[in-house]
Design a protein around this ligand. Structure first.
Ligand SMILES: Nc1ncnc2c1ncn2[C@@H]1O[C@H](COP(=O)(O)OP(=O)(O)O)[C@@H](O)[C@H]1O
Ligand SMILES: [Mg+2]
Length: 317
């Protein structure tokens, strides 16, 4: 069963020269963590908002849990839960108020709402802070309040748009654990992130998008194979001629006194032997998701795209 299916979806914001998304056709399996990975301005939030019925596509078709996201938006909304990228809890309300009231709004009776609020506040380690007004909570706790709200609501599909931006490492792990738990209970998740480690830790399937188009997709092992020379060796630079190394594969200076060669496994073996003979420090590893990203997009995930500006990004249509 598919959680989401998009066909040739294009979104062009009014007054923009370039579409934010162009001809995106994707299939999101239910019961999985499906990740959209891309730099700022790639089009992740635009995709999420269209699937979550907050924004209509300019053209193309979106089906969410079997319903048309435009024509049957009401049905879709009853089955999904969303943590928006720009979400903030209300200042004077406490974590308890947020989760408990939200469940009541969604139609749960008091006893059920109480039980669930407790479960999810505990799961995200917000129980101790349940009666503190949101304005007195740390950034990480505020974000966890939104995650707890979204997860407590009975939904089949959860949208998490960059849920761990700016979180401390501990809160981040708690959100990750809650995501794994949600999936283990049979839920589907559409996650967006620009963190490679997050994508690697959580995803069943990853779609790399850049400048509004899909660049590659697959499981993480499948994506690793996108790079033909899919083993890398970092060798201390001293006395090594980069031109000589180039005969083995593509060479990058890592800037830390090491040269990194991407090569096929047999070439890496030869280079390791050479390093041992010359007594040069070296490390060998498979390519990472970050390497794949740079290989495909030509730049690291942290370099922002030229066409986007953050002020634009948060404004409404
Ligand atoms: N409301 C808007 N009006 C005009 N342009 C927008 C709007 N929202 C986003 N954009 C533009 O669309 C592109 C994709 O943005 P977005 O979906 O927010 O990317 P991401 O979430 O990957 O950072 C960017 O170039 C951004 O500037
Ligand atoms: Mg975004």
């Amino acid at each position: 069963m598919l959680a989401i299916e998009t066909r040739q979806v294009t979104k062009r914001y009014k007054g923009s020269a370039r579409p934010a998304l162009e001809n995106v056709s994707l299939q999101v399996e239910a019961g999985q963590v499906f990740t959209l990975l891309g730099r700022n301005g790639a089009g992740k939030t635009t995709f999420v908002r269209m699937c979550a019925t907050q924004l209509e596509p300019t053209s193309g078709q979106i089906t969410v849990l079997g319903y048309d996201a435009v024509k049957q938006a009401r049905e879709v909304r009853s089955l999904i839960s969303v943590v928006p990228q720009e979400g903030r809890p209300l200042r004077a309300l406490t974590p308890w108020d947020h989760v408990y009231n939200w469940l009541q709004i969604r139609g749960e009776d008091r006893q059920q709402a109480r039980k669930k609020a407790e479960t999810f506040l505990k799961k995200l380690e917000l129980w101790e802070a349940r009666d503190r007004p949101a304005m007195n909570l740390s950034g990480g706790m505020k974000q966890k309040v939104l995650v707890a709200m979204a997860m407590a609501a009975d939904a089949q599909l959860l949208f998490l748009d960059e849920p761990t931006i700016g979180l401390d490492p501990v809160s981040r792990r708690q959100v990750w654990a809650a995501i794994k738990d949600w999936k283990a209970r049979g839920g589907s998740i559409l996650l967006t992130t620009h963190y490679m480690d997050e994508a690697e830790a959580l995803s069943d399937y990853v779609v790399i998008i850049d400048r509004g188009t899909v660049v590659a997709q697959g499981t993480i092992p499948q994506l690793r194979k996108v790079i033909p020379q899919n083993t890398r060796i970092d060798i201390a630079k001293d006395g090594l001629d980069p031109d000589f190394l180039k005969s083995y594969g593509s060479v990058v200076d890592t800037g830390a006194g090491m040269l990194r060669v991407f090569a096929v496994e047999s070439a890496v073996r030869e280079l390791s032997e050479l390093a041992i003979r010359r007594n040069l420090p070296f490390t060998v590893s498979p390519v990472t998701l970050d390497d794949v990203f740079v290989y495909l997009v030509g730049e690291s995930v942290n370099s922002t795209s030229l066409s986007s500006s953050s002020s634009e990004e948060n404004s409404s249509e």
